[in-house]
Design a protein around this ligand. Sequence first.
Ligand code: LLP
Length: 440
Amino acid sequence: YGTQAINEKGHLCIGGVDTTDLAKEFGTPLYVYDTALIKDKINQFKEAFSQFEHVEWQVAYASKAFSTIAMIQLIDEQGLSLDVVSGGELYTALKAGLSPDRIHFHGNNKSVSELAMALDAKIGAVIVDNFYELDLLETMCAERNQEIAVLLRVTPGVEAHTHEFIMTGQDDSKFGFNLDDGMAERAVKQALSSPHLDLKGIHSHIGSQIFETEGFARAIKIMVGHIEAWHRNFGFQLEVLNVGGGFGIRYTDSDRPLPIKRYVETIVRTAQDEIARLNLHMPALWVEPGRSIVGEAGTTLYTSGAFKTIPGIRKYLSVDGGMSDNIRPSLYQAQYKAICANKALDSADTQMALAGKCCESGDILIKEAVLPESCSSGDLIAVFSTGAYGYSMASHYNRIPNAAVVFIEDGEAALAVRRETYDDLIRQDVALEKLSQRDS
Ligand code: LLP
């Protein structure tokens, strides 16, 4: 995984930094991001698109995968655009200093105040999800006498092969306008006639952690077919075709993701072919990768504590984090790989369940982790590919403070998010005696 290596002491190193030193300095659980690997993934997208000379493109990092000030600054430095889905993600992006015109706002239920924030900031585009939002946005823009660029999110009816909870492109979905029941066409007409909405194009997102290119090709063919009809029937000019994110990554050795290049090439070639076949004007192509940019770059370090053997059944090694910092195993049965980071040269030959510390039987990070036999209490455990939807989906279950985040860059570790304290946990609590003063 990226710049990982094992040093002469048998310790896992990330970007040249010994993970046992990281644990000593910053404590555990600790999210460690290898920024060289993030930049490498970003470059893979850029290089893949750059092969196509006459194609305009944009890569917008989906910040739901992992958003902090430092992460958005890195995205800014790399010249990407950003996809946000809430006021909080938008706020983070603005505070990080990202130029608002590079921000795209998604979501199936944006509130009035979130839209107002986006309009105040004059962001690049709103991806409108439904008629409620289409009406609301037009009304708000009219009141402010402001124009905004919009894309319409459509549901192409493509089912990507992935976990049900992260499938999003099928007909029965809370997201977007369906193409085959005429709702998308009605939305296009309404947006075209809205004086304050500048309809730029169409957006789709067919799912996440996708290991094949076929779904993207099918979605593009379906969308371009409809676009051609809209062009013919009422002169719709497509400027942007956004095909979302969802490019798969490697969590365990059995995952075989395609190179980023393959996804991009399929997207560009399919779009080019379909557009040419139907004699349309080539739109700009936008993608929104989240997981594929940060997933493999993140590793979580834990310290192991309780260890028990249930004879004939299973060994359990418990760590100082769990579903509070990584909900994915319990929510999606997601699989991960772990090693004993301070005994990285010892042969991993013993199966044990890597358990979290939350009061929940389902809080097992890896049911069948394979670790060295000597791995027991007080060791450092590294779980790989935790960079996407780990920190961003962390909770305070059991009032466990959120872990710290460090970025490794050029052999140096820098704190990107401070570890929460117990005081942080109770900061917004109102004590009973204050509650009762309400009436007096
Ligand atoms: N664009 C849109 C409109 C999306 O809904 C998503 C993800 C993305 C882009 C980025 O997808 P990515 O490239 O990261 O796969 N919490 C789940 C994943 C939910 C994804 C939701 N939408 C997980 O942990 O697997």
